[in-house]
Design a protein around this ligand. Structure first.
Ligand SMILES: Nc1ncnc2c1ncn2[C@@H]1O[C@H](COP(=O)(O)OP(=O)(O)OP(=O)(O)O)[C@@H](O)[C@H]1O
Ligand SMILES: [Mg+2]
Length: 699
């Protein structure tokens, strides 16, 4: 059917596809197509084939375009005109077909034309806007149409509109991605909530545990002071104390996980910190593990608790050492990181902002997904025979969260593990590390007021301080402490538990103490970081804290360091000629009388403490030596006479002056065997006061 004599194929009236007419050569379809690109308007040689071809072009749901060998467009079928939203084909005709494609797609089209010219079928998929500017996606095939001698005569391109399919695929992908993200967020949140719940539980337990340890540890140390000669006993006490220390370490890790560890964040240069703990890390790792630290030049400073951060790094090094089974490489890198808010996820990264990033990478055995999932849980460990407690990473997790940063693990079996830490940046200069350990363990002679509701804990604190030489006053609640502070007694330090029963909170007590005695130092103690003194994971400015359980040495250093500036007034003590002032304790519930009496006695040179009720007086008598007790007789709670009875049992040399509005009539109520008693009828003047208070003492 091929009419090879046809000089030019029959011409289709391309401007109107419905009225196509062809001069068709015969034979195979592609040959037919070849002839379907006609140049003349001669009638078709084979009407049947013409019909077939017309039907194919008109019936196709695709856009069929015929290109000349120079790549220019010559024909578009009716449906193509529709698909490509072509209003006027005339200006397109003769244009380079590839040039009608935008951007990157143009190269694909050019390559396809080249391939077809070389006799191959070429496929590509690309987006191209229609003539009216609507973006559509096309699946395109460009094929050569051979001539009789097997050369290429024409090119035919078939473009299928796959816009709908692409759009559906995209929505499907987006939906899948969305579901995946939601799933991840959900899992992350569930994980964070689980850790949060465990944190609350462990925090509470650790708090009570610390009070217990404080009593045991304190008493062991006090007992050791009495057992200096007995080596065997000392040895036992020491091993008991080591157990207390292990317990303390455990509860401090639990507190760290619960984000209840008292932190003292300071500005730190991580480069310098790593340098200073490199020796400790090397010792931890052993000789067969190489340690490399890489620190960027302009590393920012970070705000964190130095001691706890070092602890975290050592813990990570221990984990790495165990994972590498003694040989391998540990790399610690520190760099600056700016996190975008949308980059950060609830569980893994902190809020967007500037951070110092530390990565700790080992070449160890890595973790299974199941281990990785539970690694931060307290007490989760894969280490057998007591080699691990499973608290290292949980402590690190709590610490980083409390510091306003994050820790994240990447690990795969046999691929090693990387821990990534983010710590908040600070613009502050590095704070020089004050090595509290360098403060000698010495006592002093200053007066410390101990406020603690647990009687056992209080007793050990009082004993420790007394053994160190301090004069110690004690009360069991803030209210009584205020009475003591208000009494005018000379007090150098208030040492108070953070949480106490009663209406006055410890922070309020500290504030009032400062008001009453501006030079007073305030040291808090707690088995738990309370929000009252710790905000956003850091101690409020000017707040000093010693965590329970504390050792006698640690308490000694802390107290000495705080009192260092205000050295004990040794001078008057050393001056031999100067008589000691008379120490008088006034107990009087009427504020005006109390103040007036205090002033009068101070005028007379006495060192005066004044309280408003018997209980507060007894608290003072318990720990503070007095020469004279000047007490009202009728008082709410305990009468002055009863008070005197108890006070004299505790301080037998105490002289008692009863000041009474009932004149001398109360004499009959006073125990006959009570010695050193005087009566001072109210109202009294300076002379009678002096006689009553001083004369009896012979001063
Ligand atoms: N670098 C690491 N490579 C492989 N596994 C690790 C690594 N770090 C932690 N793990 C896995 O996570 C578990 C928990 O670690 P974590 O530090 O909390 O506890 P531990 O090391 O077992 O005990 P502890 O730190 O209290 O001595 C480990 O038992 C171990 O299975
Ligand atoms: Mg560990």
């Amino acid at each position: 059917m091929t009419d090879s004599s046809t000089p030019e194929p029959a011409m289709a009236r391309l401007d109107n596809a419905d009225s196509l007419s062809f001069s068709l050569p015969a034979a195979a379809l592609h040959e037919a197509v070849a002839v379907a690109i006609p140049r003349s308007t001669e009638p078709p040689a084979d009407p049947a084939f013409d019909a077939f071809f017309r039907s194919m072009l008109n019936g196709s749901r695709d856009c069929i375009e015929i290109l000349r060998l120079d790549g220019t467009l010559d024909f578009v079928n009716a449906h193509g005109i529709e698909l490509k939203e072509i209003d006027d084909f005339a200006p397109l005709r003769g244009k380079a077909w590839a040039s009608l494609w935008p951007g990157d797609a143009r190269d694909l089209a050019t390559n396809a034309v080249d391939a077809a010219l070389a006799g191959r079928h070429a496929h590509f998929e690309a987006a191209c806007p229609t003539a009216r500017g609507n973006l559509k996606h096309w699946e395109v095939t460009v094929s050569p149409v051979p001539d009789a001698s097997n050369g290429v005569e024409w090119l035919v391109s078939t473009s299928r509109d796959v816009t709908q399919r692409v759009q559906m695929q995209r929505s499907l992908d987006a939906a899948l991605r969305d579901r995946e993200t939601r799933h991840q967020t959900h899992t992350a949140l569930a994980h964070a909530e689980k850790l949060e719940a465990i944190g609350k539980l462990t925090g509470g337990v650790a708090h009570d545990f610390n009070n217990v340890l404080q009593v045991i540890g304190g008493n062991l140390q006090l007992a050791a002071q009495h057992a200096r000669e007995d080596k065997a006993l000392l040895q036992r006490l020491e091993s008991a104390h080591e157990a207390v220390e292990r317990g303390a370490m455990l509860s401090s890790q639990l507190l760290a996980f619960a984000r209840r560890q008292p932190l003292e964040p300071v500005a730190i240069d991580i480069g310098r910190l790593l340098h200073s703990c490199a020796d400790a890390l090397r010792r931890t790792l052993g000789d067969a593990i190489e340690l490399e630290t890489v620190i960027v030049d302009d590393l920012w400073n970070t705000l964190a608790d130095r001691h706890h951060l070092q602890n975290v790094l050592v813990n990570l090094a221990v984990n790495a050492r165990d994972a590498m089974d003694g040989a391998g490489k540990l790399t610690i890198e520190a760099s600056n990181a700016r996190l975008d808010t949308d980059q950060t996820r609830e569980d893994e990264l902190p809020a967007g902002g500037e951070y110092v990033r530390i990565t700790v990478t080992d070449t160890g055995c890595g973790m299974t997904p199941a281990t990785l999932e539970r690694a931060f849980e307290p007490f989760f460990t894969t280490k057998t025979d007591g080699r691990g407690t499973g608290l290292g990473l949980s402590m690190a997790y709590g610490f980083l969260r409390q510091t306003g940063g994050s820790i994240d693990l990447q690990s795969a079996i046999e691929q090693g593990t990387t821990a990534t830490l983010h710590l908040p940046r600070t613009l502050e200069e590095e704070t020089s590390a004050v090595d509290i350990a360098s403060v000698p363990v010495t006592g002093g002679t200053e007066t410390v007021l101990v406020v603690e509701d647990d009687p056992d804990v209080r007793a050990t604190a009082v004993d420790m301080l007394a053994q160190l030489g301090y004069r110690v006053l004690q009360t069991s609640d803030a209210q009584s402490a205020l009475s003591v502070l208000d009494s005018g007694a000379h007090i150098d330090m208030l040492f108070t538990d953070v949480v106490m029963p009663g209406p006055v909170r410890s922070v309020e007590l500290a504030r009032r103490a400062k008001e009453l005695i501006p030079s007073i130092e305030v040291l808090f103690t707690s088995g738990y970081t309370e929000n009252v003194i710790v905000h956003k994971g850091r101690l409020d400015p000017g707040v000093a804290l010693i965590s329970k359980p504390y050792r006698r040495d640690a308490l000694a250093r802390k107290v000495r360091a705080m009192l260092r500036q205000k050295e004990t007034p040794e001078a008057p003590r050393d001056a031999p000629d100067e008589p000691k002032p008379l120490r008088v304790l006034i107990v009087e519930d009427d504020v005006n009388t109390r103040d007036a009496t205090r002033e009068l006695l101070q005028l007379l040179g006495a060192e005066v403490s004044a309280v408003d009720h018997a209980k507060a007086a007894l608290a003072l008598v318990d720990s503070h030596a007095f020469d004279v007790l000047l007490t009202d007789v009728r008082m709410p709670g305990m009468s002055g006479i009863e008070l005197a009875r108890v006070a004299k049992r505790r301080q037998p040399n105490l002289r008692v002056v009863f000041a009474s509005g009932y004149g001398l009539s109360i004499a009959s109520e006073i125990d006959e065997d009570m010695t050193g008693v005087a009566l001072l009828p109210k109202p009294f003047d300076l002379d009678s006061l002096e006689r009553a208070v001083f004369a009896r003492t012979g001063t």
